[in-house]
Every structure is written in C-alpha cells, then in structure tokens.
Design a binder for this molecule. Sequence first.
Ligand code: MN
Ligand code: MN
Length: 306
Amino acid sequence: MEKMLVFGHKSPDTDTICSAIVMSDFQKKLGKEVKAVRLGELNKETKFALNYFGFEAPELISKIEEGQEVILVDHNEFSQSVDGIEKAKIKMVVDHHRICDFNTAEPLYYRAEPVGCTNTILLKMYKENGFEIDKKLAGLMLSAIISDTLLLKSPTKTDEDEKAIKELAQITGVDYNSYGLEMLKAGTDLSDYTAEELIALDCKKCDLKDKKAKVAQVNTADITEMMKRKADFEVAMEKDIKTNGLDIFVFVITDILESNSQAIVLGESTEIFEKGFGKKLEDNTAFLPGVVSRKKQILPVLQENA
Ligand code: MN
Ligand code: MN
C-alpha cells in the first residue's frame, strides 16, 4: 500500500494544489508521512505561484486503489474527486465548500468552515498546533487565498481571509497587492490553450436536481478578446454535452479587474440559467455584472432554479 495521499479536486486550482502541499507539511510536523498529489494539469496561475516560491508540482495521479488512505483538501464531492474515491479510506477532509454526496464507512476528521479559502483554515490549524510557517510555505498559502478571493474582491471573502492574507504577506515578505495582481494576471494568459482545454481548465460537474450540469470558469483581463473565440467554445461545449450527456453547460468568462462575467450557456436546459438570472440568453450568451464567484453567485442560483 502506498503511503497516505493528500489531494484536492480535479481541474486543480491554486488553492487545491497549495492545500495539498501545505497539508503534507502539516502532517509531517505531526510526525506523519503523507504524499501530496494532483488530479490534473496545473494552470498558469498555479505554475507562477509554485515557481515564485520555489516548489515542485505534486505528482499527477489519475486513480487510486481500493483501500488507499487519503486526505481530501479543498473538496468533498466524489464527482470532483479522484477516480476510485468510493473505495478509498478517507481519513481526513479540510474544506470550505458545501458538503454533498459524501459518505464514509469509518469515522474521520472533518473540518469545514465557510471561509473564502482552504488555506485560511490551514493557517488556523498551524496556529492551533503552535507550528511555525516558514517564508516559502507562507507564500504558497498567501497565493491560494489571493486566488480564491480574487485578491479580496470576491463575495466569498471573509474577514478571516483578509486577516490571513495580511499575516502571511508579513511572514513571506511580499507586498500582497502587487504580487497578487502579478499572479492573477499570469493566470489570464490563455492564448495558447485550445477551446477544449479552456472549457476544462476549471470545470465543476454538478447535479441540478435530475439535470446533469457543468459550470466552467476562466479568468481574464479582457472579456471582449476572449469572446472572439465564442464559436470555438460553443463547438467544444456541444461536444462535451453530447459525450457526457449534459443537460446544461455554463461557461463563465470572468473579468478579474472589473469584477464582471460573461456567460455562454448551452444545452437542453438553458431555461434554468435564464430563470435564475432573470435574463434571456442572446446568441447563447448573457452578461452578468458584479458576478465573479461560481460558488456563491452562480451554483446556488442554478440549484434553486432547477
Ligand atoms: Mn478549489
Ligand atoms: Mn478553495
């Protein structure tokens, strides 16, 4: 049996990758050996952060064996987790999402808090245990919180996230505003991705009552530029809808500087979106002023209106 594995969700984002690395450090400080792994390719924002603070990417895995001991970070829904998760031994979860489709055969540690980022919870765990956080690790945790809160501009941000950012910036010795902007901008360089890659880069599967849905999101500094590729996105989305039997696919292009989003919506059940946002789609698309958070501003709206 391999040693205990720690990982975040599929389509990994910066919080998911950093949480896995930070959790493995935390476990080491507790005297336990665990290995951080990942379930997909790194995005450019995450690469930037790892590179900046001198970390290697965790090893890529695609499935796990029956009985494998695991720690889940930054997710709990099995549909977002590794293939084979149903038969794993989940020893611990640290997360900041709704709890859904989750059950285990044995007792476990489960820590969920409604804050903006898993690393905000991890910071508390270090403090509760009196563990020191070195400069490099603080930089990683800082990057994750900046990413999940869009540099404190997302409505998912809490006072605890803001305090954590300031504290971690002090430890690591960077100006969090200028570093944060640089890191977020690194993630908006999407020119060399194909349309298929872009709709899969940060994509969450979710069930809306009896409807199968995917909601994908990309960050940009220029929505107009991204929308020039709308026809290509639509082809890729249609293909995904057919292959995976989806009822609705929502692709959200978020302007991280202006805090708005443009959605492209396809499928048989687009009325869920139209009803939820009180908008008629025009040419499969709608502008969503002030919407930046999938978790807080999009998924609940779709869930309530399915
Ligand atoms: Mn995440
Ligand atoms: Mn997160």
